[in-house]
Write a protein that binds this ligand. Sequence first.
Ligand code: ADP
Ligand code: MG
Length: 385
Amino acid sequence: MKLLSKLDPRRLNGKTVLLRIDLNVEPGMPIDSYRVAGVLPTIKLLRKAGATVVILSHRGRPTLPPDKKRTGRSADWTQFSENRGLSLRPFATLLSTKLSSPVRFLAYEEMHSHKLREQVRIKGGVVLFENLRFHPGEERDDAKFAKFLAKLGDLYVNDAFAVSHRANASVHALTKLLPSYAGLRLERELAALAAVLGRVVHPVTLIIGGAKVADKIGMVERFGKTADHILLAGGPANTFFSASKLPVGDSVVDVESLPFAKKNLKNPKVVLPVDVKVHARRILDVGERTVALFAEIVERSGTIVWNGPLGLFEQRTYAHGTMGLWQAIARNRKAVTVVGGGETIASLALVPDLKLPQNVFLSTGGGAMLEFLAGKKLPGIQALK
Ligand code: ADP
Ligand code: MG
């Protein structure tokens, strides 16, 4: 693995570095997040070495009207109402405060300017690009889009673990065109997760909640051998309930994952909630008996891996499950624990006075963390080897 920490800083002086970070914060969530804090050391290192930093990131899942979907190029993504709120502009202000120096924001319209290269290469400056997913080439891992980006810089650094499981242009295709390195945060992430894999202490408990069911439910099989207990909540649990013909009303369910859930209904390792909180036909949290059941399993585990809040924790009424799990994790002083995911880590704010044991590692990745621990090779990580 090529590491930024091992690169001679003199090789960065006067160079322009394309830095992929993860600013994927849902609209409405505080942008001053754990993810942003995590990449500041890399930006500071690059600036100290005399490099110009061009920050690349995506945010959310922008959409286009169906008739524009095929080409995408001529459409102005930012004008499509559903994409409002997915601009990265607010992060320019936030980053400039955190770095105590100006960060120039490059709007979508400016990306097509003939002078783009000069605009970007401001000596010693920091530039933030608009949401990469406003360009259809990003998610398609398009070589042409990667080439367009590559022309703007001399080196590439990936500090976005949370997106490294996706073969997207800014994580994968771009690495073929520029000397590419893992950033400081990515390096820490990989070291911590590799340490967990290197010393698995049973019982191993996997907890999956949250809303992105399709991305995560497959872990029930992927962790089938390693895990002793697989506790489900949120969307994944609802999908299992639905597969077993329990009424779920309008709850978050992934219909496409129903066959998978059916197949795994009899999996003896899977533990489903035994009581739930319902409002307006939607299951929004686990109940008290489930919190006790999950806590009991977590407290006697040797290894704990958790991604996905247990309920709609953004509303205090449905935060009990998630808070209860954090408390159970804190009570287990011996286990090696990895907790990851954008919202999962954000939910730590629910328990501000909690003292987490030293052995708890907070990962920025949700899906990426699960895939890495399941032994899958991540395209963005492989590309740095
Ligand atoms: P992460 O970002 O940690 O990887 P996800 O993105 O999969 O997790 O899901 C996080 C979201 O899931 C949170 O916003 C939370 O409100 C939501 N959620 C969890 N349980 C439920 C539920 N039962 N019903 C609706 N939303 C839920
Ligand atoms: Mg999320």
